[in-house]
Design a protein around this ligand. Sequence first.
Ligand code: AMP
Length: 219
Amino acid sequence: MPAAKYIILFGPPASGKGTQAARLRELLNLPHVASGDLFRENLQGETKLGLEAKAYMDRGELVPDDITIAMVIDRLSRPDCADGALLDGFPRTIAQAVALDQALSAQGHRISQVLYVAVPDNVLVERVSGRRLCRTCGEAYHILFNQPKVPGVCDHDGGELYQRDDDQPETVRKRLQVYWEQTSPLIDYYRGQGVLVDIDGNQSIDAVTMDLEKAIAGT
Ligand code: AMP
């Protein structure tokens, strides 16, 4: 049996991780585990976890580590993740990365690759302001750079497109500040483990997908 593959798509908010994860689905054939999506599902379902996370998300802050780690490790323990997963948005702190390493090594696994999609801050702010998501499937669009065929409607399932509350300019600035303070130290953490691959995220969506595919094929 081939070794399980746990790959992390890493990068600042709106660096294109969700869009790229959807495109890599066929190639990787691994479940896409996005902590932000898990929180949003909990929010929509009005679960206790969702209500706890909401205030932090609205402010553009990180949800506390204990809540986040428990949620993601629980997701990874489901049978569909036995052969690996494509992680997106997790980990976002050193404590989360350490907890993930421990949980994987307890199962005899490790992180195979961390694909670091780098995009300059000014480009991120511009991207976020035009970002729209499908209410049904979560697919991401952009009003200028990645338009749906019919404005306001998802190409895949006809779902309504909406703008995330935390994509407002003020919250985006806060999320970027949080990224540089709390999340960017993970770049050195994973570089030190020899698993980090640098990807230029400031290119067309297709070009980024190509670079990611090349990086994954190189494992
Ligand atoms: P995202 O969709 O990845 O941009 O996440 C949306 C929001 O969910 C973030 O701004 C955080 O409030 C929360 N969140 C998502 N992932 C994490 C994480 N790994 N640690 C803490 N908070 C998170």
